[in-house]
Design a protein around this ligand. Structure first.
Ligand code: ADP
Ligand code: MG
Length: 315
């Protein structure tokens, strides 16, 4: 059955959680929120488009989960604690069952992170989901892309390449799940406050995303490909195939960060307390650029440098 716009909004409002710092949520012309005194408000926005970010056949519950997850991942990479979000939904038709399943995915992740859905917009158009998340971080604790120092360890959480491998037609259910339902590293981002010098979330592929840290920090890095954290699912692939997925494949939503070598033990302990695995994959160096080295220490050229929606024209 087709619902009206206000029926849809009421369906969302009835289920959107709240928090004590939400003075007015869904239902007025705008939300009224009380930012935390003494901390910075951190804000990030990401869109998922049908046929670009997810297949037309994707399940509504997965789209809902991922739309919020990719946004929370950006807050995690800043060391921020999430608080509020808004949801702009463009729907080809008003199908209540679709919306309910979408909200199952979206709101269960929101609840897990104590995030209140405080507003949004509901329009007709090709399926697209735009989420804005807001969070807090003390000014001295922010994890930025700029800040990597020569001699720093380069770290990555979890494992890399699984989401990209999940795109294959014959991918295992575990790999497909990794692509469809990323789990943002929010607790790890908080644990890295005061420890990491720079951080980014791996959404476009390690080479591209670490490249942003290097550019912003005015440094370079050497990465030992043998050290890239690999799931059991990918362990059987030949090295070149695996490294291509792990350096060029996007959508893993792990954190890549840089930190002083003397903090290794402290970092492992802080991350372990959040049940996050992480490992050192290389070092920051003065020489600009990213050097990917194979087991013999020889440079390895990736076949793909990460995803861009609007790649620059080749000269
Ligand atoms: P307006 O026309 O004044 O922008 P809307 O009818 O678009 O008002 O929205 C009414 C209320 O419902 C607002 O509080 C708005 O934030 C909220 N809202 C609309 N769509 C969504 C949505 N998809 N998710 C969450 N809140 C929504
Ligand atoms: Mg509106």
């Amino acid at each position: 059955m087709q619902a009206g716009e206000f029926d849809l909004i009421e369906r969302i409002r009835a289920r959107a959680g709240t928090r004590s710092d939400v003075l007015l949520g869904i239902g007025d012309d705008a939300a009224l929120l009380a930012p935390r005194a003494g901390e910075l408000l951190v804000l990030s926005c990401d869109t998922l488009n049908v046929d670009v970010h997810f297949a037309r056949t994707a399940r509504a519950v997965d789209i809902g989960h991922k739309a919020l997850a990719v946004n929370l991942s950006d807050l995690a990479a800043m060391g921020a604690e999430p608080a509020w979000c808004t949801l702009a939904l463009s729907l080809p038709e008003a199908v209540e069952a679709w919306l309910d399943a979408f909200l199952d995915g979206f709101l269960s992740l929101a609840e897990r992170h104590g995030v209140a859905l405080v507003g949004g917009d509901t329009t007709r158009g090709p399926l697209a989901v735009t989420v804005t998340v807001h969070g807090f971080v003390p000014a001295t604790m922010v994890l930025r892309r700029a800040g990597a120092r020569i001699g720093d360890d380069v770290w990555v959480t979890g494992s890399l390449g699984d989401a990209a491998a999940g795109l294959a037609a014959d991918a295992s259910p575990a790999l497909r799940e990794r692509l469809a339902r990323p789990w943002p590293r929010v607790a790890a981002g908080l644990a890295l406050r005061g420890l990491a010098h720079a951080a980014i979330d791996v959404s476009d592929g390690l080479a591209a995303d670490l490249g942003h840290i290097l550019q912003a920090s005015g440094v370079g890095a050497r990465i030992e490909l043998e050290r890239l954290p690999t799931s059991a699912e990918l362990a059987g692939l030949d090295a070149a195939q695996r490294w291509a997925l792990q350096t060029g494949g996007g959508d893993d939503y792990e954190l890549c960060f840089c930190a002083a070598r003397e903090h290794r033990t402290q970092i492992l302990a802080a991350l372990a307390a959040t049940a996050t695995t992480a490992c050192v994959i290389g070092q920051i160096e003065a020489e600009p650029g990213l050097r990917l080295l194979d087991a013999q220490g020889n440079p390895w050229q990736p076949p793909c440098n990460g995803w861009q929606h609007f790649p620059a024209a080749q000269a």
